[in-house]
Design a protein around this ligand. Structure first.
Ligand SMILES: [Zn+2]
Ligand SMILES: [Zn+2]
Length: 193
C-alpha cells in the first residue's frame, strides 16, 4: 500500500496521478503513407470536368424569389388593423376574400378567368395579375398610376369554402387557419409593398 493510499481521500482532494497514459492500439500519425495520399491526378482542362456553358438565368417562376424583397429597406407600410371604440382591434386582411357564390370572376382586359389573386376596382372591374402588371408597366403619367392604385387585390372564396351551385357553403378552411394565413400575408406585405 502506497503512502498516498494511507493518506486517504478527502472530499475534494484526490491525490491520484491526474493524467495517465491511455493504452492506444491505433497507429501513430507518422505511420500513414502521406506521400501517396491523395494520388497524383492529371489536372482537368475544364473546371468540374465540363466545358458546357453555365446557366446563369434562373427559370421563370411565378413566385417571388429571395432577391425580390429588401429586408434592409425601410418599411413603408405597417400592419393595418381595424379599430373599434373599446373593442378588440382586428387585422385588416391584405387580400380581401370575395364570395362570388360559385360565379367566376372575369378579367376586363383579356376576358380570362383570373388564377389565384386578382385586382378589383371598387367591387366592379376585375383585372388579372398579368394584365395589371402590363398596365402598371405601361402607365406613363401620374394620372394613370393613380387610377391603377384604386384597384385592390382580392381573391375569390374558393380556398375558404365551396358552393357547388348553391348559396350554401361547405367550409374548407377553419377560421383559425384563415386568421393565421392573413397574419402571415400581413407580415410579408410589409416587405413587398
Ligand atoms: Zn363563397
Ligand atoms: Zn387579364
Amino acid at each position: 500500500m502506497s503512502a498516498n493510499c494511507r493518506k486517504g481521500e478527502g472530499g475534494l482532494a484526490r491525490r491520484a496521478a491526474r493524467f495517465q497514459d491511455a493504452p492506444c492500439s491505433a497507429p501513430p500519425c507518422t505511420a500513414y503513407h502521406v506521400a501517396r495520399f491523395p494520388g497524383a491526378v492529371a489536372p482537368s482542362r475544364h473546371p468540374f470536368n465540363s466545358s458546357r456553358p453555365r446557366s446563369t438565368v434562373a427559370a421563370r417562376s411565378s413566385t417571388p424569389g429571395p432577391g425580390t424583397y429588401h429586408p434592409d429597406a425601410r418599411r413603408t407600410t405597417q400592419t393595418q388593423f381595424e379599430h373599434s371604440f373599446g373593442g378588440r382591434k382586428v387585422l385588416r386582411p391584405v387580400v380581401e376574400t370575395r364570395c362570388l357564390l360559385g360565379r367566376k370572376a372575369k378579367c376586363a382586359q383579356c376576358g380570362c378567368e383570373p388564377t389565384g389573386d386578382y385586382w378589383e376596382h371598387r367591387g366592379g372591374t376585375a383585372l388579372c395579375r398579368p394584365c395589371m402588371a402590363g398596365k402598371q408597366a405601361a402607365a406613363s403619367d401620374r394620372r394613370e398610376a393613380l387610377a391603377l392604385s384604386q384597384y385592390k387585390k382580392v381573391r375569390s372564396c374558393w380556398m375558404v369554402h365551396r358552393h357547388e351551385g348553391t348559396v350554401a357553403a361547405i367550409v374548407l378552411m377553419d377560421p383559425r387557419s384563415l386568421r393565421r394565413l392573413q397574419e402571415k400575408e400581413a407580415y410579408f406585405q410589409q416587405y413587398f409593398a
